[in-house]
Design a protein. Sequence first.
Length: 443
Amino acid sequence: MRVTLVQPPSNSVYKQYKSFNRRAIKRFPFNLACLASYITERGGHKVTGIDADHSEYSLEETARAAIETGPDVVGLTSTTGIIDIVIAIAGLIKEERPDIPIVLGGPHISAVRQEVLRHDSIDFAVFGEGEASFVELLASIETGRTPSGVAGIAYRDGATPRGNPAREHIADLDDLPMPMWDLFDCTDYHDFLIHGEDPYIILTTSRGCPYDCIYCGSKTTWGKKVRYYSPEYVVQELADLAARGIHNFTFVDDTFTLNKRRLKAICRGIIDRDIRATFMCSSRVDTIDEETADFLKRAGCKMITFGVESASEKMLKVIKKQIDLDQVKGALAIAKSAGILTHTSYIIGCPGETREGVEETIDFAIEMDPDVVQFSIFTPLPGTESWDYMDPALKENFDYSKLHWYGSYVLNNPELPAEYLIERQQKAYEAFNARKEATRARP
């Protein structure tokens, strides 16, 4: 069958935050490239990809592009913040081609499952780790069978949404084929903030997260048990991309530094094979040390991002971050000593937070003097513990388009009205940038 996979446009997530440079964070749709290679190799299907986000398509242009590929099935991926966009695109496709089955997947679908089937334009939903589920679903569609036995999917049985049992996670990630890098033009993605004018690719080398941060939905899709691609698999990926002229990478694992032995093996592989690589990765402040930082630097690490989230020990406990501020200071010092740039992220507006706490976090973030900082507004998401803080009366038929990290706040906290947090978020960036400018101006 001809399968068209679509990365929807996401401009609405950022449109309220006008000073944010959307161009700097265009991302290669790695998840779709992985899915495409799997359904091609294991299912024998012909796959076309559309990155409407990269092309900055309108909803109508996205639907038109999908239809013009002549698909037998259309698959759309969605996070929570853009689910309204995805539903609208599906509706536009169905208006012209009601015969095309439309399948939804992605983090939001893993959280809500069959809920999305209340929209008539959606025929199927794939939740959790989607490769094997999607291949089996495509086989059911092709043969006209009801997919009642396909684990990891939801479907409509007449007018009734049905959710099948979850699928077991893939134990050996090395069993997965290499991503289909040609699904999109992998040389046309740029992170101007981190990697400059040269092309870059995002990669993930593991799935799963053992931590319990209340705002994160990673384990909803991937589970708590961490599974790893082998160092050999990862290094070969980098070598393949380097042969295509791509030498800049951003590893988007939840915690790239979690398994130090494996991390060092990856770094040694990069060094021993003389792969020219510059990369950014994520770390917790309690999973970095001098030896690890040295390995990262020698392998080409340019920047490490640390999720700090709050300068309030009380808030760190509320969000179950399981770190302390001394670890934050130590981790930043280690990275800087190794010559690695630092990126830190913070959340304002956590449950029970006060204005004093917000200002404390902003001041701490600036005082730590990272090279790049991110200030997000606390955003409860379905499938995470943070969703429990939402007013139950608001959850029914909730407008998910309100769930943005920028320019939006939905919790009921009389001390922290949305207008205050949005203003403080903007001012925090301005204060950080002003300090950086002043530092650069010093003789």
